[in-house]
Design a protein around this ligand. Structure first.
Ligand code: FES
Ligand code: MG
Length: 591
């Protein structure tokens, strides 16, 4: 008898009655008994594209090529809808839905007759949601990026999706463009199907899915409309069938070694500050230890090689033509900087096999390792009385910022400032241009109440621009701290993902406008210089559920009830106890 898991539905000699019941409904749209009862693996195509999800919508087309590949290799494709997660469309934030899509897909993969899955990844949270589900259920899985959009252009310069919004916002506030100009320049940055063409969270997470070994080599960077995108879709479909026959599972690929490789690659590409949240979450669901100290220890001293916006100048098409992820990993391998060259990947080969010898085809886009954009490009994991853990992406510190805050000859890595506290983005929008606050370059902007429980979902609202009166004086960045997240497409050097969040009484709940703050990047600390007694008084005055507006939907309430801090991946408490559900057998019959 076939060893395929799906045959426990479709060909179970111990239960002819149920076999008939399972079988007839999948025969009824034209599948045959040969397909369902022989030795053909049944492969889910976990479809994240829809009209609601423009970033991933091209997957509707790519799925056709995936199907062709699956069939050519002797499998049976079943396309399965995934709960939509559109970064720019979903209120209050798409990240609220990451865990919902995860839950829903893990239930689907576990409870239906499926032997393997193609994870159709792309827009920011789709990648972690699908990898988390594959981790929990642990049936053979391979990821397929939808690919980045073509480069955006406006008047002869590249306009990067997401990044241009933050830039245009400053131009608008400074009076350089009007409303129509604002729309025009922003729309220029999204010229085709695909996900954000910048090194935002999408390009980051798709690159890391490849660095983890979960995609075919080279699959991440191919622009969505290119012919190679259709071709790799076909090859991905072919490959998953063989992975099922070989029983090559997510837990075989996404090991601690693979995560360490991915952390290093994240620094080399200048990846988003959302990466630690999502990778920590995926690792948790596999039982692999990974925390923000690892990100600093393993990732901080890695050079930045990829010259993409927001840290650099180029966009997705350039990344592809320069060689994409294999060129980055190839250079890390040659320099002995990829910690685990022997890590196994989805094609059955190692990172060394796949990427050894690859080098940059465009050295201005993917720089040589001995002449990088920056030497130490990874994240710092800051700690202090403001929070137990917060991530700072040092690769986006501008020369302007460095000069103003990090050039004290006695103490070049530390700065102090006066706190200006905003309780959520509405408060910030209301007050940022209010001259009565007297915000100047000595200020540190704080956004609180925007974490997993506070928002809920931890929104990307921490990228705060300076007041317009400072922009007009050519001051473009102030230090920002928040218990929420920041768009990966934003280039400001903020201190993000502060955990625990204000809503559970973390340090940010206690800070007040006017407090003196001290940030020391050398020591890795961030503190309010406020005495213990004052802090104790402020703590005692907090209401029972501070910074937590009412839930608006049932899911928000369930999410708030179960969610962990950003530093631990914002996963649902208890969910990570369910690992390898497919290896534990199949669920009871339904009739
Ligand atoms: Fe979907 Fe950037 S908003 S990829
Ligand atoms: Mg975003």
């Amino acid at each position: 008898m076939s060893k395929l898991r799906s045959r426990l539905w479709f060909n179970n000699p111990d239960n002819r009655e149920m076999t008939a019941l399972y079988l007839e409904r999948y025969l009824n749209y034209g599948l045959t008994r040969e397909e369902l009862q022989g030795n053909k693996p049944i492969i889910a195509i976990a479809q994240t594209g829809s009209d609601l999800s423009p970033c991933n919508r091209h997957h509707i087309e790519l799925a056709k090529r995936v199907r062709d590949g699956i069939i050519s290799a002797g499998g049976v494709p079943l396309e399965v809808p995934v709960h939509p997660i559109q970064e720019t469309g979903k209120r209050p934030t798409a990240s609220l839905d990451r865990n919902l899509a995860y839950l829903s897909l893990s239930e689907t993969l576990n409870g239906y007759p499926l032997d393997g899955v193609v994870l159709m990844i792309g827009c920011d949270k789709t990648t972690p949601a699908l990898l988390m589900a594959a981790a929990t259920v642990n049936i053979p899985a391979i990821a397929l990026s939808v690919g980045p959009m073509l480069n955006g252009w406006f008047k002869g310069t590249r306009t990067g999706s997401g990044t241009i919004v933050w830039k245009a916002r400053e131009m608008h506030a400074a009076g350089e463009i009007d409303d129509a100009g604002f729309m025009e320049i922003v729309a220029s940055s999204t010229p085709s199907v695909g996900y954000c063409n910048t090194m935002g969270t999408a390009t980051t997470m798709n690159s890391l899915a490849e660095a983890l070994g979960m995609q075919l080599p080279g699959a991440a960077a191919i622009p969505a409309p290119y012919r190679q995108r259709g071709q790799i879709s076909y090859e991905t479909g072919q490959r998953i069938v063989q992975m099922v026959h070989d029983d090559l599972k997510p837990s075989d690929i996404m090991t601690r070694d693979a995560f360490e490789n991915a952390v290093v690659v994240n620094s080399a590409i200048g990846g988003s500050t959302n990466a630690p949240i999502h990778l920590n979450a995926i690792a948790r669901h596999l039982g692999v230890p990974l925390d923000n100290d690892d990100w600093q220890d393993i990732g901080h001293k890695v050079p930045l090689l990829v010259n993409l916006q927001p840290a650099g100048k180029y966009l997705g098409e350039d990344y592809y033509h320069a060689g994409g992820v294999p060129a980055v990993i190839g250079q890390l391998l040659a320099a002995g900087m990829l910690p685990y060259p022997d890590a196994l990947t989805a094609n059955g080969k190692t990172m060394q096999d796949n990427c050894g010898g690859h080098t940059s085809e465009l050295p201005d886009v993917i720089l040589p390792i001995d002449a990088p954009m920056l030497k130490d490009a990874g994240f710092l994991n800051l700690k202090g009385n403001l929070f137990d853990s917060a991530i700072m992406k040092t690769s986006v510190i501008s020369p302007e910022f460095r000069k103003r805050y990090l050039s004290n000859p006695d103490d070049p890595e530390a700065f102090e400032g006066r706190a200006i506290v905003f309780d959520g983005p509405e408060d910030y929008h209301l007050k940022i241009d209010d001259e009565a606050l007297e915000i100047d370059e000595d200020c540190i902007l704080i956004m609180r109440g925007v974490g997993p429980i506070g928002y809920p979902g931890a929104a990307e609202v921490v990228n705060m621009r300076p007041p317009s009166y400072l922009l007009k004086r050519d001051i473009h960045t102030l230090p920002c701290i928040g218990d929420g997240r920041q768009s990966g497409t934003s280039g400001s050097p903020s201190i993000l993902n502060a955990s625990p969040e204000a809503a559970v009484g973390g340090g940010l709940a206690l800070v007040a406008t006017g407090d003196r703050l001290r940030i020391d990047l050398g020591k890795g600390t961030a503190d309010m210089l406020v005495d213990e007694e004052t802090l104790a008084k402020r703590r005692a005055a907090l209401p029972p559920h501070p910074f937590t507006p009412d839930s608006e939907t049932p899911w928000q309430e369930i999410f708030r009830d179960r969610v962990g801090p950003l530093s631990e991946g914002m996963t649902l408490r208890g969910a990570d106890a369910y690992r390898g559900t497919a290896q534990k057998g199949v669920a009871r019959d339904n009739h």
